[in-house]
Ligand binder design. Structure first.
Ligand code: ZN
Ligand code: FE
Length: 252
């Protein structure tokens, strides 16, 4: 499995997945036709389009790519009326294949009600769309904060070495937020060197890993006693901590 990162628009990431054994080419969340087609062109085919959710910066390239390459579009069944060009309806926990690559659909509502992740368990790779970012998480638009926290907890339980490919380059702003509210976290300070060095060279910070995020991403640490104390939320439940942090981040 080979993954190619395509930066799109101002801060989106689309991803090409190439299964070299079967020469099956897929794309996750084509933000725009023009940015993605420049890269797809060199493969001269596009078998599948996978969408994590219905927002236009994740499905914007669907229809034109499908028309040009006769691709099949896979997305969540519950969003069949708002995913342009959808062909294959996906269910929660279902196992699917693109070429020889197997993946599991994980329903992670909160950012949108039908948001899904694509988990390639044999390769330890997950595509998290706008639910998990490096050092952050997506805004809660269509779900509740409780739902979003539950969705993040599903991702948290994957093996530490799982690489997470996310939908937006928000890492610098997320880092500043985490540093502000979790200032004594040494793992976070260490990760900040790595992030800054990548960004100085205009390299993407995607992918991150679940193990690293568990130590550094404040939104995955809502159950951490030390963090709760720092935030003066010692007696609060995890979802209350999450709601507080998400509200603070919305205006950060
Ligand atoms: Zn979105
Ligand atoms: Fe987005």
């Amino acid at each position: 499995m080979k993954i190619e990162i395509i930066p799109c628009l101002s801060d989106n990431y689309s991803y090409i997945i190439c299964d070299e054994q079967t020469n099956t080419i897929s794309i996750v969340d084509p933000a725009t036709f023009s940015d993605c087609e420049k890269v797809v062109r060199k493969y001269r085919k596009l078998d599948y389009i996978l969408n994590t959710h219905h927002h236009v910066d994740h499905v914007g390239g669907n229809v034109e790519l499908k028309r040009k390459y006769n691709s099949k579009i896979m997305a969540y069944e519950g969003d069949k009326n708002r995913i342009p060009g959808i062909d294959i309806l996906l269910r929660d926990n279902e196992i699917k294949k693109i070429g020889n690559l197997e993946f599991k659909i994980i329903l992670i509502p909160g950012h949108t009600s039908g948001h899904i992740a694509f988990y390639f368990y044999n390769e330890d790779i997950i595509f998290t769309g706008d639910t998990l970012f490096s050092l952050g998480c997506g805004r809660v638009f269509e779900g509740t904060h409780k739902q979003m926290l539950k969705s993040l907890n599903k991702i948290k339980n994957l093996p530490f070495n799982t690489k997470a490919y996310f939908g937006h380059e928000y890492t610098k702003n997320n880092l500043n937020f985490c540093l502000k509210y979790d200032p004594n976290n040494t793992a976070l300070k260490n990760k900040s060197f790595d992030i800054n060095s990548k960004l100085e060279r205009t390299l993407p910070t995607t992918p991150t890993s679940i193990g690293e995020e568990l130590k550094t991403n404040i939104f995955l640490r809502c159950n951490d006693k030390v963090l709760k104390k720092t935030l003066n939320l010692e007696d609060s439940q995890d979802h209350e901590v999450f709601t507080k942090l998400r509200d603070l981040k919305d205006t950060f």
